[in-house]
Design a protein around this ligand. Structure first.
Ligand SMILES: Nc1nc2c(c(=O)[nH]1)N(C=O)[C@@H](CNc1ccc(C(=O)N[C@@H](CCC(=O)O)C(=O)O)cc1)CN2
Ligand SMILES: Nc1ncnc2c1ncn2[C@@H]1O[C@H](COP(=O)(O)OP(=O)(O)OP(=O)(O)O)[C@@H](O)[C@H]1O
Length: 192
């Protein structure tokens, strides 16, 4: 058993109840970032995202429409599009499947799906993008991510060929937890 070394949560997360507890802690941490700090962190994340895309020039990129207190990078999506990147947004079609993707351009109308998630109102279903931007409720030093427990991004990353995965997370939600068998690490994590 690992002893706590610093303020991170050194809880053993091998079992589902442990993950549920960690999710609760991380949700509270994220929620308690003051709005003015969050705006600064989001700007820093956005700057890093633009730099990453400048360097890697993906043809297509799955962005996300923030829910709860996820980093909000929406004000950067137009700039990405202006650099020639085709943007898409994720769509949950059924409980135990991988994500599907809908075409979307900055400014396009949005609607809400049956899960309460914002999706493009008139998007077309498109092929899996080259790169996924994945909001992380929590993340660890090995690049593993904790989401909301639906397993949608993990199932999407299990596809062959596998899209590249860029995690987006606040530094204060870095935690220590053990990966589960189905977890697929992020190729990189952009954090601030
Ligand atoms: N911004 C964003 N969009 C996304 C995701 C995401 O994590 N973030 N998804 C990533 O998969 C997909 C949507 N999946 C989601 C799955 C669960 C919950 C959620 O809030 N679940 C509730 C519990 C619901 C229940 O148990 O019935 C919760 O966590 O409180 C949200 C999104 C696609 N779009
Ligand atoms: N490749 C896969 N094939 C089948 N089931 C999977 C796969 N990946 C994940 N799952 C299922 O999804 C469940 C939730 O996974 P996990 O706890 O890692 O979710 P999460 O990554 O936090 O959620 P999300 O990706 O939706 O934000 C797992 O218990 C597992 O049953």
């Amino acid at each position: 058993m690992t002893q706590p070394k610093n303020s991170e949560h050194k809880v053993s997360m091998e079992t589902a109840p442990g993950r549920a507890e960690l999710r609760k802690i991380l949700r509270q941490k994220r929620q308690s970032i003051p709005p003015e700090d969050k705006a600064l962190l989001d700007a820093e994340l956005g700057k890093q995202l633009l730099a990453w895309c400048e360097h890697h020039t993906p043809a297509s990129l799955a962005v996300y429409w923030p829910i709860q207190a996820e980093p909000d990078l929406r004000s950067y999506y137009q700039q990405l599009q202006e650099r020639g990147i085709q943007l898409v947004l994720p769509l949950v079609t059924a409980k135990d499947t991988a994500l599907s993707f809908l075409s979307w351009q900055a400014g396009d109308a949005m609607t809400v799906d049956s899960y309460g998630i914002a999706i493009p109102a008139h998007g077309r279903l498109v092929a899996q993008p080259d790169v996924l931007l994945i909001p992380c409720l929590g993340w660890n030093a090995e690049g593993y991510r904790l989401g909301y427990g639906g397993g949608f991004y993990d199932r999407t990353l299990a596809a062959i060929p596998r899209p590249m995965a860029i995690g987006i997370g606040y530094a204060c939600t870095r935690a220590e937890f053990a990966a589960q068998e189905h977890d697929i690490p992020m190729d990189c994590i952009i954090s601030a």
